[in-house]
Design a protein. Sequence first.
Length: 368
Amino acid sequence: MQFIVDREAFVAALQLVSGAVERRHTLAILSNVLLSVQGKQLSVTATDLEIELTAQLTLEQAADTDGQITVPAKKLFDICRSLPDGSQVRFEFDGDRMLVRSGRSRFSLLTLAATGFPKVVEDFSGQAFSLLQKQLVNSLQQVHFCMAAQDVRYYLNGVLLEIDSEGVVSVATDGHRLAWYRVSQSIDVPRNSVIVPRKAVQELLRLLSAENESSISVALGENHLQIIGENFQFLTKLIDGAFPDYHRVIPKNHPYCAKVDRDWFRQSVSRASILSNEKQKGIRLIFSENRLHLQANNPEQEEAMEELEIEYSGPDMETAFNATYLLESASALKTETIQLYLNNSNASLLIEDESEQSPQYVVMPVRL
């Protein structure tokens, strides 16, 4: 099995699948990539048994024979990356070795048989629909920071995707805050919901671009999610669990609304949090007519105070929230003015922007 590939295209393919390469070496073959050649088509596949990622390339010249072999991923990437720009790289399979040649450089890598390379699922089948790449990115980007990390409630360690005829709803929560976002799109599949694991969400955000308007295929299987793009195929296991009823968490009919400049709010929260308790990161929000005071202090009796002009005509109210949660929610919103919806000093805070397609962020209060 011999083939020649453009160095830049091959390095890009290795980078694309790098997030799925297993680095803990639980199985030796998981630190390898699977190279599959069929005519002019070359695919590069990596897996950690939870995620499987394949990059696809078209060769200028067909390989002499079709075949498959696995090669150490990091060594192969480091070799190809170190070659001069514009190089052509020749691969030749010889016994249990893969010979890599380019110019006057020659490398011999130990291989493992492709028959031992595991698949996340043998035969995937699912209901497929199309989205723009940027739509899927937005649905994950707007909520991913609210996912839990290594929570014993395993169903919180990911993003809920709900699909219906009107689009895709994404939801994430760590039990202290919640994010909700809808992508409106006509979809001709039965109503369904899945929980995408944290690592898969992070990998998709690395893989996809919010600027890319090309169409991708999204397929929901019983236990897996598959996404196919122009030059890649992504497959992940799903979390088997019941996501909490988020409808009960999102406040309805809050009687009071404060409108505040997003950038001023972010800057004020950021400054005030410098002197907050390092563990809890709590800051007080004190609302009065057209004024918002932010106050923070710490065990060393140090104190920070900020004052903002806002639009607010409700009763005087004092409440407290985690500064990091406020900052991340405000930073994810797009419009110059954001809206803070209040009920009372012990209730959660609902944060939105002024757009029709605004995400919703719910932050639970803290005790100071």
